[in-house]
Design a protein around this ligand. Sequence first.
Ligand code: MN
Length: 310
Amino acid sequence: MSGALSSDEADDGLGTAAAGETIARTDAHIALIGSLAVARALPQRKRRTIGAWCFLDHFGPAKVVEGDDPQLGPHPHIGLHTVTWLYDGEALHKDSLGSEQAIRPGQLNIMTAGHGIAHAEDMLWNTSSRTVHGLQLWIAQPHATRNSSSTFAHHASLPSSAHNDLDVTVLVGEVGATESPARVDSALVGADIVARGAGLVPLDASFEHGVFVVEGSAIVNGNDVATNQLLYLPPGHTSVDISSSDGAPARLMLLGGIPFGEQLFMWWNFVGRTKDEIDDAQRSWNSDDGRFGRVESRLSRIAAPTPIWH
Ligand code: MN
């Protein structure tokens, strides 16, 4: 559940964040999903990717009511995996492969777009908490797989491990000896962390990492990191020291990977390399030429806007 990139977030060159720099952005509002507040942590002007992770939206927590439930009608993707992770509520995924899958907190939906897929996402309002809260992430596919066929996978349970007062659940990749079964196309890691105190999480020193605070506040390698802030760690760290602060538990998402060596061009819901590729995808979707297939959904199809370079 997330909006697409708006025109001022489309790629216009790379910047760099300094080691240990906190990149913060809060309260980004995505009109596409009604009144739901979304904080977009990636991409940022100073930091476009962390490993192959190229998009991170934090939506909610928000109460939803019938008739105002956040929903995103059928829309296309190319060249990326979408990763959906919920903290509260429930969502229904439908895609052009015919997949129909409910997702609940602690479960992982990972959809591989390859040459093209379309999907719809519906946050269900009629759950006991009537709250929606989660992350929508994208992983850029490397050149070797980005034009291949699309796939969808649901992982109902994921491996976890305790590191002192930290509970770590591995979405993709591995943390120490704990390895996720989910597909990855490049070396990367994504892990949910609940901090009830302090602990040390082992890292792959060849990776760059980002630590994003979802709830509460934390001290990460000596840096104060508040809700909706992302702390960047360059390659070279063999572990990260995390503790909750303010006497309350904190919830974090650890992202990492080998710095992505390919120059991306991201626009709307497309991850490509050139404007021509984006133009082709935009035309295919709007003319419904069959490249993206059909999604059986009660929601209306979202038209691609005209690229800003036209
Ligand atoms: Mn999507």
